[in-house]
Write a protein that binds this ligand. Structure first.
Ligand SMILES: O=P(O)(O)OC[C@H]1O[C@@H](O)[C@H](O)[C@@H](O)[C@@H]1O
Length: 304
């Protein structure tokens, strides 16, 4: 593990040098994952990386609310939070870094909500977050695991939260790449007044249409099928605690409203976001919750 303390960045590289990952302490945001020199994640060229705004790309951590609190009828205890919560814009601490055996490298970051007045003011529950990042060459994969511990103390009521890992997966052309594994799963379409729809396609092709869908449970693995002729897939697996999947791409018109997205950037990614967002978690005082995802490169024969 190497650290750039001035920038607040950790770089992990596996001993073979085949895989590397860069993580900002700002938001504990993974901003790059390379395998054999190829970048797997999208990062907007216009995203400020100086801690002035959430990162447009990589893997922002969404906690403890997904979207704006006002989107939910029952948002008791969440109403003062900014959109997508505080985890993605807080400064995390690095507590551990390791290179194991011959194929993996890992690090751990933490965030203690009680250390920050602005978080205490917006979120009544004292929570300790731990984020474990593990990089491997075999299989070529990146594992991210978020642990939430309700510290009790100032509030003994169950801590209420959503969690979502907002993966911006790099693709050659988002209008042509496919997303597989969601057929039959019901989604809430945030672009259509929250209509509930059962997915009928496999693979899903966006064809340049905007997507802001929250698939509710039912899909252990979701795969991004690249359209580069290689048959390669990026498989997103997750623990049962991250049972929901948001599929987001703003497409051309809405992308114009995203000032931190470079021209044409919307074509270069599809967000496949495992989360626990269909209902709020209620974590009793003193207890822990863990959600884990694995992004895995699979060479195969998939056709889009
Ligand atoms: O622009 P932000 O705050 O990073 O949010 C990006 C998108 O994140 C997605 O997860 C949400 O479903 C979208 O509704 C939202 O627009």
């Amino acid at each position: 593990m190497s650290r750039d303390e001035q920038v607040g960045k950790v770089t992990l590289t596996t001993p073979s040098g085949r895989s590397s990952v860069e993580v900002l302490q700002y938001g504990a945001t993974v901003i790059s994952w390379k395998y054999d020199g190829a970048e797997q994640l999208f990062l907007s060229r216009q995203s400020p990386l100086d801690g002035s705004a959430a990162i447009r790309g990589g893997i922002p951590i969404i906690f403890p609310v997904f979207g704006s609190p006002s989107e939910y009828e029952d948002h008791a205890g969440l109403e003062k939070l900014p959109k997508h919560g505080f985890a993605r814009t807080a400064e995390w601490k690095v507590i551990e870094g390791r290179v194991d055996k011959e194929v993996t490298a890992s690090c751990v970051l933490e965030l203690n909500s009680v250390d920050y007045k602005e978080i205490r003011d917006a979120y009544q529950w004292p929570v300790h977050l731990e984020y474990h990042i593990r990089l491997s060459d075999s299989p070529a994969s990146l594992e991210c695991s978020l642990k939430v511990k309700h510290l009790a103390g100032s509030s003994t009521m169950p801590a209420r939260f959503h969690v979502l890992l907002h993966n911006y997966i790099a693709v050659g052309d988002a209008t042509q790449a496919g997303v597989s594994g969601l057929k039959g799963v019901t989604y809430v379409d945030k672009n259509a007044s929250k209509a509930r729809v059962a997915e009928s396609s496999d693979p899903i092709l966006l064809h340049g249409q905007a997507s802001d869908r929250v698939y509710q449970g039912g899909a252990p693995d979701v795969a991004l099928l690249y359209n580069d002729g290689s048959g390669r897939q990026l498989v997103v697996s997750r623990s049962e605690t991250l049972q929901d999947t948001t599929l987001w791409n703003p497409a051309e018109a809405a992308a114009k409203g995203l000032k931190d997205l470079h021209e044409g950037g919307w074509r270069e990614y599809i967000c496949i976001e495992p989360g626990s967002v269909a209902a709020l978690n209620e974590l009793p005082a003193g207890q822990e919750w863990v959600g884990t995802q694995q992004l895995r490169i699979v060479e195969g024969k998939s056709k889009v």
